[in-house]
Design a protein around this ligand. Structure first.
Ligand SMILES: [Zn+2]
Length: 385
């Protein structure tokens, strides 16, 4: 049994809004764009890109402009973007970034060893774009696109990366190669921004219940949704936000929570289940809940187990599913999407819209010592380079 993809759904909807005179032209355009799509995406992440979000809507909701020329932030969908970029750029204009790369064995603190895994550090000045610069230093084969996507994603908690990066901004990064689709883990990032006249720092710290990135004062870089309203109470990290760039087809429509298969998924608000397990080939097992009092619908994709049925009434905070890796996805994660309940093209960012309360963690006093040791470890590593 073959399920229609939501990309096809979208095309059909667009078609119905045009006059029949344009039918042929439209068919042609659709076929060209589908060719383009399959050429670049292998159909692996169509669920995420399937809905072309009008850019004005995304900009309104999350105050972020998406440019096709910019770095792909989403790791689940990141590809060799750099290869295509380089074709369009005159190499003569690029000043070599004079990178430093070193490989050392490194442990961040006495009791939280990263072990003997190889850690690498990199120092460079941005030329042209983050992705371009990183791909000048390490090769595509070594994963420069994935590394720059990790960096861009982390930096997007500081500022709007598309607008704020300047040529000559200085970056230092410590990272570690990982098994699996993500390829890298960033341990320490320091970004000297000319636009903001300050240096942004993120330190990976694993000394709390859930790991995270913290500034030098121990404040977490990423926001978290208040537990009672969050679709996930424990997760590894946010790997994509609404509006994250996806090549050619508008932005990402949801927020991706990286989490092991089987992690409980909750409805943040009371409501009624409107759909479950539609378009399974792309979405995997999935649930949609209508929240009339909030004026929104919430969607949960790539689940391993669905615990509710269409028509069922849901309480706020009720467990509705378990996360998984079903449908078109590279790695286990929950795709959580918040739509206006009457207009599904209006997408909300849970960290910027009024619908969710959010906060940032701070390292508690009894863990500060351990955190400082971790930061010292990073600093001494950078000094060696
Ligand atoms: Zn997603």
């Amino acid at each position: 049994m073959d399920f229609p993809s939501s990309l096809q759904d979208q095309q059909i909807e667009i078609k119905s809004t045009f006059s029949p005179h344009f039918g042929f032209l439209l068919l042609f355009a659709v076929s060209v764009s589908l060719n383009f799509y399959f050429l670049f995406f292998d159909g692996k992440n169509s669920v995420e890109t399937a809905k072309a979000i009008p850019q004005e809507e995304v900009s309104l909701e999350i105050e972020q402009t998406i440019s096709q020329e910019e770095v792909p932030f989403n790791l689940v969908g990141s590809k060799d973007e750099g290869l295509n970029r380089e074709k369009n750029i005159s190499l003569d204009k690029i000043v070599p970034p004079a990178p430093k790369i070193q490989q050392v064995s490194f442990s961040i603190s006495d009791d939280k060893k990263i072990g003997d895994k190889v850690v690498q550090s990199l120092e460079f000045k941005v030329r042209n774009s983050l992705n371009f610069t990183v791909c000048k230093i390490i090769s595509h084969k070594e994963g420069c696109a994935a590394l720059s996507a990790h960096l861009g994603r982390l930096m997007s908690w500081f500022f709007d990366v598309n607008r704020s990066i300047r040529n000559g901004d200085a970056m230092k990064v410590i990272y570690q190669a990982q098994d699996g689709p993500e390829q890298f883990k960033i341990l320490n990032l320091s970004y000297k921004s000319q636009r903001f006249g300050k240096t942004f720092v993120a330190n990976f710290f694993d000394g709390l219940g859930q790991p995270g990135y913290f500034d030098l004062d121990g404040n977490e870089i990423a926001s978290r949704i208040e537990e009672s309203q969050s679709p996930m109470r424990t997760y590894t990290e946010i790997t994509s936000l609404p509006g994250d760039f996806r090549k050619g087809l508008g932005g990402h429509s949801g927020t991706d929570f990286k989490a092991p298969v089987g992690t409980p998924v909750y409805s943040g608000f009371k409501g009624k289940v409107t759909r479950a397990n539609w378009n399974v080939r792309a979405n995997g097992y999935c649930v949609e809940i209508d929240h009339p009092q909030k004026g929104i619908k919430t969607l949960y994709l790539h689940l391993s187990k669905v615990l509710v049925k269409p028509g069922q009434t849901i309480k706020g905070g009720q467990k509705i599913a378990e996360s998984g890796n079903t449908g078109r996805t590279f790695a286990p994660h929950l795709h959580y999407e918040i739509q206006h309940r009457k207009n599904r093209d209006r997408i909300y960012n849970p960290f910027k819209s009024k619908h969710h309360k959010h906060y940032t963690r701070k390292i508690p006093v009894d863990r500060l010592e351990q955190f400082k040791k971790t930061v010292q470890g990073y600093n001494s590593l950078l000094k060696q380079s």
